[in-house]
Ligand binder design. Structure first.
Ligand SMILES: Nc1ncnc2c1ncn2[C@@H]1O[C@H](COP(=O)(O)OP(=O)(O)OP(=O)(O)O)[C@@H](O)[C@H]1O
Length: 235
């Protein structure tokens, strides 16, 4: 296996009595596309929120590029190269498409700003819409803008939470191409319910169930795993 870029050990987050993420061990290989799947409520969003620092771990630790980031605030993790695009609410609806991406590029410290912002827009195919007010974009284009904002941060690790939700088939194909273009320079961790997207993109898949890792493996191994079929794929 390639070098490990991110390592979680015993990562845990409970909400009251609910074990949303429970003692999870997880390795991400540098340069891979890794999908995180599992039934609704399995703990996927909570898990990536722990990795990005949006929420604090109850126990366990996270190493990123060999350094312990468990207690770092989210913004410090962004500076280390972890970008988490999670929800459309990240977009500034009243600003132009360009300004949204430029803000992300600026927070990365890119200089000059314009080429960095335009490159990110070009990668998601939104160059022609640079001047448009972001809130007037179609839903699919807003999701692509969100990905462009993530790319403008020049991440080492890009975490995408259900990025294809609500996209048309054509937009999904564009999205798949974008993700494939990001690796292996960067690493991608993808929460995804669309199994066609998972099977096309992922080199490895981790299945979460009730806050625990049920299985990790290649797409073929995961498809053939009886426990996964019972808990998720066959459902
Ligand atoms: N802030 C919170 N307070 C209390 N419970 C929470 C909180 N966030 C998540 N949970 C609960 O933790 C469990 C895991 O939720 P999470 O959103 O991580 O699952 P998920 O696998 O991402 O689900 P989905 O596929 O539906 O997005 C769920 O039972 C959820 O209701």
């Amino acid at each position: 296996m390639a070098a490990v870029i991110l390592e979680a050990r015993g990562l845990t987050r409970h909400f009251g009595g609910l074990k949303a993420v429970d003692r999870v061990d997880f390795d991400l290989a540098a340069g891979e596309i890794h999908a995180l799947i599992g039934p609704n409520g399995a703990g996927k969003t909570t898990f990536v929120s722990l990795l990005s620092g949006r929420i604090e771990a109850g126990a366990g630790r996270i190493l990123f590029e060999g350094r312990d980031i468990t207690r770092l605030p989210a913004h410090a993790r962004v500076r280390r190269g972890i970008a988490y695009t999670f929800q459309i609410t990240q977009i500034y609806a009243a600003l132009s498409v360009y300004d949204n991406v430029a803000l992300a590029a600026q927070s990365h410290g890119s200089h000059p700003l314009k080429p960095a912002a335009m490159e990110a827009l070009d990668r998601v195919g939104l160059t022609d819409r640079a001047g448009q007010i972001a809130g007037t974009l179609s839903y699919g284009h807003q999701r692509l803008l969100e990905v462009a904002m993530g790319l403008a941060l020049k991440p080492r690790l890009l975490i995408l939470d259900e990025p294809t939700q609500g996209l048309s088939q054509g937009e999904i194909e564009v999205f798949n191409g974008i993700v494939q273009s990001v690796v292996p320079a960067a690493t991608v961790l993808l929460i995804e319910h669309n199994m066609d997207v998972v099977m096309e993109l992922a080199q490895r898949i981790t299945v979460l169930n009730f806050g625990e890792v049920l299985a990790t493996g290649t797409p073929a191994e995961i498809r053939a795993n009886p426990a996964v079929q019972a808990a998720y794929l066959g459902a």
